[in-house]
Ligand binder design. Structure first.
Ligand SMILES: Cc1ncc(COP(=O)(O)O)c(C=O)c1O
Length: 435
């Protein structure tokens, strides 16, 4: 039987137009700056839009330099490569800068955060997540350094726009002399109180990255940026991103290069979006708060944040179902099964119900340590080694916070163009799943 015909959903009409998880929101100025690029013939990877967005984002985030790139992934790659070169020296042309080295990485994140470690021939070691912010767990990071004291690089992401526990993470990094690549792809505009001072995410690491992917808080259709206070680092990333050309009359190359620079057309879209960043954050915050209020009588919690030390950008509103309200659900590698149980529900049941009514939700990022490509990589929890802990004869705690959030959590429709009426319908659908 189709979900639409199930009795608890009687009377709810599917959305005529799909309600997106998070889609681009254009305002009009984007067109002006794109037209400007075309009319002035700066249809290339140089031009006024690029210069302007670099200046404006650097100012907004509070860093000295921004380098506009083709994607957040490109920014993360060059940030990771730069960190590797700083730590271990220049690599051979056919080798990555992290060859033979381990890197501590956020576990519950998009794989673009940490794939650059593999691009640079390094080995990601995944650090478990904490429940307070759904980000890298400082206790697990500390354990990881006890197990692998020689590691010198940490890649840390701020999930769904909520800053992680950067004070603790930075203190641990300093103690072990490690550098931080900060993945602020999802958290542009989010702030964190570091040692009593508000700092924007994107200015919290040694090498910082943001994204203008189509689903982000502001977009260029694509694009990303490397952010830094070091002129030397900004110059290096700019050089690498434009094929590493040397100052010779012909194409001369001392280093491997990439074609990673942002287009002036893409930068035109970003330029039109920047004035609307704070407005988008306010809209996303209102969506989060409405969900939170509406679900106060359900056995669920919203994605949490530290109210004293952080101001998220609320990019995605998420929820986690209380353990005792989890209906049976199993996930294979590519498929799933669940049962409806009265008074309970499961992420896949809710996602299917939303999809049936033409609304887009999403599972929580599947933890990297559970991904087939990274199954052989180490995983460290607050208790120590997270691999090989099961035992047929002796029960252990075996806590795996990332796996638990993935199992019980989901991302809700969080589009800033969603009307109050549409959000009410989403809320109603979700409430019905628990009947
Ligand atoms: C946490 C995280 N890191 C990195 C990226 C990659 O950014 P991009 O899509 O701009 O390459 C994304 C999103 O796309 C992301 O969500």
């Amino acid at each position: 039987m189709s979900i639409l015909n199930e009795s608890q959903f009687a009377g709810i009409i599917p959305f005529e137009k799909k309600l997106w998880l998070s889609s681009p929101t254009m305002h009009g100025e984007e067109q002006k700056w794109v037209d400007d690029a075309i009319q002035t013939n700066w249809v290339s990877t140089v031009g006024a839009n690029i210069n302007e967005v670099e200046k404006q984002i650097a100012e907004y985030v509070g860093v000295k330099y921004a380098v506009a790139l083709s994607a957040g992934t490109a920014a993360l790659h060059l940030a990771t490569k730069l960190a590797g070169e700083k730590l271990y020296g220049q690599a051979r042309t056919n080798e990555g800068t992290l060859a033979g080295r381990k890197v501590f990485c956020s576990d519950v994140t998009f794989d673009a955060s940490i794939n650059p470690v593999a691009y640079e021939d390094g080995e990601a070691v995944f650090i478990d997540t904490e429940y307070d912010t759904w980000n890298m767990c400082p206790k697990a990071l500390e354990k990881a350094f006890e197990i692998y004291p020689d590691v010198k690089l940490i890649v840390v992401a701020h999930l769904y726009g909520t800053p992680g526990k950067m004070e603790e993470i930075k203190a641990i990094a300093d103690r072990y002399g490690a550098l931080i690549v900060e993945d602020a792809a999802e958290s542009l505009g989010a702030r964190y109180k570091l040692n009593g001072e508000w700092v924007e995410t994107g200015a919290l690491g040694n090498y910082n990255c943001i994204s203008f992917n189509g689903n982000k808080i502001i977009t260029g259709s694509a694009g990303g940026m490397f952010l830094t206070n070091s002129k030397e680092d900004a110059d290096k990333v700019r050089k690498w991103s434009t094929q590493s050309r040397e100052a010779a009359p012909w194409y001369q190359h001392e280093e491997v290069g990439y074609n990673y620079r942002m287009s002036n057309i893409v930068a035109g879209v970003v330029r039109g979006q920047i004035p609307h960043l704070d407005e988008h954050i306010a809209q996303k915050k209102a969506i989060y708060e409405r969900y939170k209020k509406a679900f106060s009588d359900l056995p669920v919690k919203m994605n949490p944040f530290d109210t004293e030390k952080s101001e998220p950008n609320f990019w995605l509103s998420c929820m986690i179902i209380n353990e005792d309200a989890m209906a049976s659900m199993v996930r294979g590698e590519q498929d799933y099964l669940y049962k409806h149980e009265s008074g309970k529900s499961s992420p896949q049941e809710i996602l299917d119900a939303l999809a049936a009514f033409n609304a887009e939700g999403r599972p929580i990022w599947k933890p990297m340590h559970m991904q087939p490509i990274y199954r052989t990589h180490a995983f460290i929890t607050a208790e120590g080694n997270g691999r090989g802990r099961s035992n047929a004869y002796i029960a252990g705690s075996g806590a795996d916070v990332g796996a638990d959030i993935f199992r019980r959590g989901l991302c809700l429709p969080s589009d800033n163009k969603m009307t109050l009426e549409q959000q009410d319908i989403v809320i109603e659908i979700i409430k019905k799943c628990f009947q």
